[in-house]
Design a protein around this ligand. Structure first.
Ligand code: ATP
Ligand code: MG
Length: 285
């Protein structure tokens, strides 16, 4: 269960902030890629609920669903219907961002929905030069319109995830506190490092979240301790507990903020969003 040799130096916590002397004011949104090639670790739950709570804090938030499973899309009550505008159009057809956006039931939260045809996007984009940068280019149009963009990515390290990493300032890495949680993590960190060396030198691992956390089990505590020892202060102090309300909310087409705001899962994501929001308000570049 040990992580392989360190392959990356994690950024300092986005919560602590890291403002250098050369900071400058920017109107570009903060862009976060929610990434882990392991399936079912809470990427979509994290992306949807952080997006919703950030919007409820008053931010203008865009959630980009680039996973063909379209769980973030359906979880926000939007049917992932083929041929309706969404991330396929944005990435494959290079349509303007404004054409690919839908409002959600959360005030201040828009989504670029995923549609079923996104399943073919990696093949359709494969031969195109600059294929890893399609999302980055598309999100230039978010400047001045959104404060924060969150990208929900698929459980793979394919072209769509590379697009998410190339487009983002920071990675949010959900880690499930289970036995196999750390397996494959060094591969992900190597991929992040490759992106840092090439397409996106300013990419940072901004936040590691311990998800599906059950504090009663010794295993969860062990995994949490190991993740904290490895990543240091990029690991959020707030863990996301296993909370049935978080898994029920998507079935109602709403984030947990609109489903049961007092549930433990809602309180955790609300707290994490507040930390990110506070940091965002002091960030200058
Ligand atoms: P995939 O890799 O398939 O995209 P994912 O990493 O996006 O998966 P989610 O879809 O967010 O993971 O979560 C997987 C399942 O676990 C879902 O059914 C979700 O509702 C549930 N789940 C996620 N986080 C929690 C939690 N903290 N408490 C209870 N259920 C959760
Ligand atoms: Mg998902």
């Amino acid at each position: 269960m040990r992580l392989a040799a360190a392959v990356i130096v994690p950024a300092r916590s986005i919560i602590a902030g890291d403002l250098g002397p050369n900071s400058f004011v920017t109107t570009m949104p903060r862009i976060f890629a929610v990434v882990n090639q392991k399936g079912g670790v809470g990427k979509t739950t994290t992306a949807v609920n952080l997006a919703a709570f950030l919007a409820l804090e008053g931010e203008r938030v865009l959630l980009a669903d680039i996973d063909a499973q379209a769980n973030a899309t359906s979880g926000l009550g939007i049917a992932p219907v083929e041929r309706s505008p969404g991330s396929w159009d944005l990435l494959v057809e290079t349509r303007p961002l404004a054409d690919c956006i839908r409002a959600t039931s959360v005030p201040g939260l828009d989504i670029v929905p995923a549609t079923i045809d996104l399943a073919g996007a990696e093949i359709e984009m494969a031969a195109r030069p600059g294929r890893e940068l399609a999302l980055r280019h598309a999100l230039r149009e978010a400047e001045g319109r959104y404060d924060t963009v969150l990208i929900d990515s698929p459980p793979s390290l394919g072209l769509l995830t590379l697009n998410a990493l190339a487009a983002s300032g920071e990675v949010i890495l959900p880690v499930q506190t289970e036995f196999y949680a750390l397996e494959g993590l060094s591969r992900l960190l190597q991929t992040i490092q490759l992106v840092q060396r090439g397409m996106n030198p300013s990419l940072k691992v901004g936040l590691v979240l311990l998800t599906l956390y059950d504090s009663r089990t010794r295993l969860a505590q062990q995994v949490a301790a190991e993740v904290r020892a490895y990543f240091g202060d990029v690991v959020s102090a707030t863990t996301v507990p296993r909370s049935v309300r978080l898994s029920e909310a998507p079935g109602h087409g709403v984030p947990v903020a609109l489903y049961d705001r007092t549930s433990p899962g809602a309180r955790a994501y609300s707290e994490i969003a507040r930390e990110i929001h506070r940091y965002g308000n002091t960030r200058t570049g």
